[in-house]
Write a new protein. Structure first.
Length: 178
């Protein structure tokens, strides 16, 4: 719009004026209608470079605006990439804690059976249970980080995100480059 406005300044400026002429009946210069319509075209002969300067300024402002827009696009893309990376990392952490939970659950069951048979002390069962509870707390924290990361990514891309599809996409990308 700035460029268009600067280009229009080079054009002639039309104007129209309608006036009422009060004349006497004996005035020979005004015969007939008392309304006078004047059409004008105004065009400056020399502006000292103002018109060209305004056009150059408008073109430079458009280039700057486009560069700022591109910088904003890049910033958003980097934020999306970072959010995607956070989701992948959080999902991997959750998977690791789920494996650890399964292992600790099996170990607790084994220690519990051994305790029931009298082969281990009750303290061993409590220690195994305590370690499982610690893993469950870590798993809940990792799941919360995953949920937060997914929500941040959803806000950035403007639609729900499927973490399983993200992993598949990442594996496909890694398979193509390797």
């Amino acid at each position: 719009a700035g460029i268009d406005g600067a280009k229009r300044q080079f054009w002639a400026e039309p104007s129209i004026a309608v006036e009422h002429a009060g004349t006497s009946a004996n005035d020979a210069s005004y015969q007939g209608d008392e309304q006078v319509i004047t059409l004008r075209l105004k065009q400056p002969l020399w502006t000292g470079g103002r018109l060209t300067g305004n056009l150059s300024k408008a073109e430079a402002e458009a280039i700057v605006a486009e560069a700022e827009l591109e910088a904003t696009r890049q910033q958003i893309a980097l934020r999306v990439i970072q959010a995607w990376s956070d989701v992948i990392a959080a999902r991997s952490t959750v998977a690791a804690y789920e494996n650890s939970r399964d292992t600790h659950t099996r170990l607790l069951d084994m220690v519990q059976r051994r305790n029931d048979e009298g082969a281990t002390a009750k303290a061993d069962v409590e220690l195994a249970r305590s370690r499982l509870e610690g893993v469950l707390a870590d798993l809940a924290s990792a799941q919360a980080r995953l949920d937060t990361s997914l929500e941040q990514l959803r806000v950035l891309v403007g639609r729900p995100v499927d973490p399983a599809a993200m992993v598949t996409t990442l594996q496909n990308i890694a398979g193509k480059s390797g």
